[in-house]
Design a protein around this ligand. Sequence first.
Ligand SMILES: Cc1cc2nc3c(=O)[nH]c(=O)nc-3n(C[C@H](O)[C@H](O)[C@H](O)COP(=O)(O)OP(=O)(O)OC[C@H]3O[C@@H](n4cnc5c(N)ncnc54)[C@H](O)[C@@H]3O)c2cc1C
Length: 500
Amino acid sequence: MVIGGGATGLGVALDAAARGYKTLLVEQSDFAKGTSSRSTKLVHGGVRYLAQGDLKLVREASLERGLLYRNAPHLVKNQTFIIPFYNYWAMVKYTMGLKVYDWISGNLTLGDSLFISRKKTLEMMAGIKVEGLLGGVLYHDGQFDDSRLAINLAQSILEHGGCAINYIKVIGLLKDDDEKINGAVVQDEETGIQYNIKSKAVVNATGVFVDDIIKMDELTSKKTICVSQGVHLVLDKKFFPSDHALMIPQTSDGRVLFAVPWHNKVVVGTTDTLIEKASLEPKALEREILFILETASLYLTEKPQRSNILSVFAGLRPLAVPKEGEKKTKEISRSHKIIISASNLFTILGGKWTTYRRMGADVMSRIEKEFNWVHTETPTASMHIYAYANGVNWSDPLYFYGSDSARIRQRMNGTENEWLSEPLKIYKLQVKWAVKYEMARTVEDVLSRRTRALLLDARESIRIATQVAQIMAKQLNKDEQWVKQQVEAYNRLANNYILN
Ligand SMILES: Cc1cc2nc3c(=O)[nH]c(=O)nc-3n(C[C@H](O)[C@H](O)[C@H](O)COP(=O)(O)OP(=O)(O)OC[C@H]3O[C@@H](n4cnc5c(N)ncnc54)[C@H](O)[C@@H]3O)c2cc1C
């Protein structure tokens, strides 16, 4: 039994189901409601970790990047990035460093890095600051749609005979006479009904909430994670009209800044702010917004203003509590860690979206070892993710449905091919599809994680919320009162993604 339906939990549950174990994953809210829908959308080895000398993590992440690119080609795009140089030392350092980055991924590389002249850099990156530009380096990484991958992973779990359910919260752990964990008490968040579920192994994959579950096991346990917030701003493509992504390796606070083309918009971020208390709906701080706007303005010819922001979203990094001497959150290793309690609660901490598969495989191998079960090799390295499709046309608005897009198109007859939002290229049929085949239960599920309307343009998403609720109500047999409640709740939430 896996607690948590983010990247980590989905990776563990898919590995377990694929190895042939009876598997259940429960998620208290929607799949990827937490950090896993709020990433920078990169499937990457991590140029920053290379600069920090963490070669082991870069190697692991680079291999995983290559595998995910092979196994989910409908969601992971080979994206070119350009680092523009305004000083000679950085130019030498990053051009050479990126050769190591190419080499480290072996035959799973996405393409070689290349030094490009000043002229070529300006040709390839319209909108970049001209003054003082010396040249650039182009390299390859992956770019993906995080919550869509989460939904496809949940569907893959079902395909492999497992079960993944949203809106089921773990509220307690069950123990046998020897004080060993043998299941959990869960609550259906829609009906309030509670169930006792027995399981031979229980995995805590709850991201920034792992300590809440650890406390259910052992009240006096020490804190295992600290929480670091990262914010992104979404802008119109006109601020950065390039097909290549921009990477600034060292901002004034020593972090990396990305401007990445995504669904015909640009995602710019991120920050690294230590936060006291984790929440499922973290809010961007004013200083984080200002920092991103100011830093982006240093490199873009058309300077974005607050009023140009289409959506602002914040996510929380679950980082292992730093060791002595590691003070800053950006210095804490992003590699994952497995902790096993005396009563056999398996907790997985840290990691990255990119390495979710490796994390899942490591947890399952560890469980087999601890319980002396026969070791089964994980089949996930070469396993296609649900909706696998090759040769995707990235400008097709339905591209992220992969092999399902043909089934969706077949149904697009009569009124079924009406736009729900023409600017965001969302059809009404996608709402029905999300309810019927993708376990969407609320307006937010549809607008935030089945489609990405909330993150792409929060105001436009509010405009279509009532229509979404009405379509869903028909599918789910809900009344007008439900529609009203859903729209009110959605508007309250979406207002946090808008800057006034
Ligand atoms: C700003 C930012 C940018 C990032 N960018 C990238 C990137 O570009 N590439 C990359 O590889 N990685 C990136 N990461 C890292 C990556 O997003 C995270 O490592 C990953 O999403 C964490 O997934 P998770 O499953 O551990 O946590 P989460 O996604 O938070 O999932 C945990 C889930 O557990 C559920 N849960 C909690 N308590 C309970 C309970 N009692 N019962 C049931 N369910 C429960 C929660 O509702 C939640 O959905 C980024 C992270 C941040 C914050």
